[in-house]
Design a protein. Structure first.
Length: 276
């Protein structure tokens, strides 16, 4: 039985049973028909995933590792803010006529800053620190640049990643201001588990714990029946995670550098409405 599934089931049950409804409040998101998209929410949800034990992917519904990894590489490796550099269409509705999502996500990671070690962007600074100063307690990235928020198509949801080395183990904390449980939770957890594995491998370390901190963990009103269906299912065992062990350069990974072996998951036939 997948531990990621158990975490997801417990979290969603807690939200549904003990969460706070935003119905009647002034909310920004809307459904396609213009109706306000209300949620049931919990504040300050914290989940822990031990990557040395198993890879955290949901089996309650199938999640596309290759597409999720492609988006991760688009942000962290290609440091792009243009959907034409992405193989999927998940960002199409946020892009302008040129394909740009503004100064968001990959753009922020590609900006060079001045450090004592020289000028480099946030990703390269993390890689430098993990190699040369792994005992540092200052190894982190942040996408939430207030100076550029007005030029972002969407404020970053997953906005900060902190890395910490304990012995030969690389751990990470993903901070997220807001998360849609149905459409994004399993996706983001899987992505940042892959990122932690990548960073660990190229730094000569082993991947340890991924801690996920969610300020506003919510289920949209029109998602409740689908979530109830999912958490009533019996999870399968977690698959084995394979990563190309020959890669030693962070920028040499591709979306084909990873795969799941023995991945068995339930199908989800219901169409998921998306609030924007």
């Amino acid at each position: 039985m997948s531990l990621a599934d158990i975490t997801f089931i417990q979290m969603c049950r807690d939200i549904l049973e003990n969460g706070t409804s935003t119905e009647g409040e002034k909310v920004r998101p809307r459904w396609e028909d213009g109706t306000p998209a209300y949620t049931i929410k919990k504040f300050g949800v914290v989940n822990r995933y031990d990557l040395s034990r198993e890879f955290p992917i949901l089996t309650l519904r199938r999640t596309a590792l290759k597409s999720a990894t492609d988006e991760l590489l688009w942000i962290w490796q290609r440091k792009s803010n243009n959907i034409h550099d992405l193989h999927s269409h998940i960002w199409d509705e946020w892009a302008d006529e040129d394909g740009s999502i503004g100064k968001a996500y990959g753009y922020q990671l590609g900006v060079k800053h001045h450090y004592p070690q020289g000028d480099m962007d946030q990703v390269d600074k993390v890689l430098w620190d993990l190699k040369h100063d792994p005992a540092s307690r200052r190894i982190l990235t942040s996408l939430y640049n207030h100076h550029d928020l007005s030029e972002m198509a969407l404020y970053p949801c997953a906005y900060s990643m902190t890395f910490n080395v304990s012995g030969n183990t690389l751990n990470g904390i993903l901070n997220q201001r807001s998360q849609d449980m149905l459409t994004a939770n399993g996706w983001n957890v899987m992505q940042y588990a892959v990122l932690l594995h990548m960073m660990a491998q190229v730094s000569g370390l082993e991947a340890g714990e991924l801690i996920h901190v969610i300020a506003d963990a919510h289920i949209y009103d029109r998602h409740v029946p689908i979530v109830e269906e999912l958490i009533a299912r019996t999870p399968y065992d977690a698959p084995a995670f394979w990563m190309d062990r020959s890669v030693t350069d962070f920028y040499a990974f591709t979306r084909d550098s990873f795969r799941l072996e023995g991945y068995q998951a339930h199908l989800l036939e219901a169409k998921i409405p998306v609030a924007v």
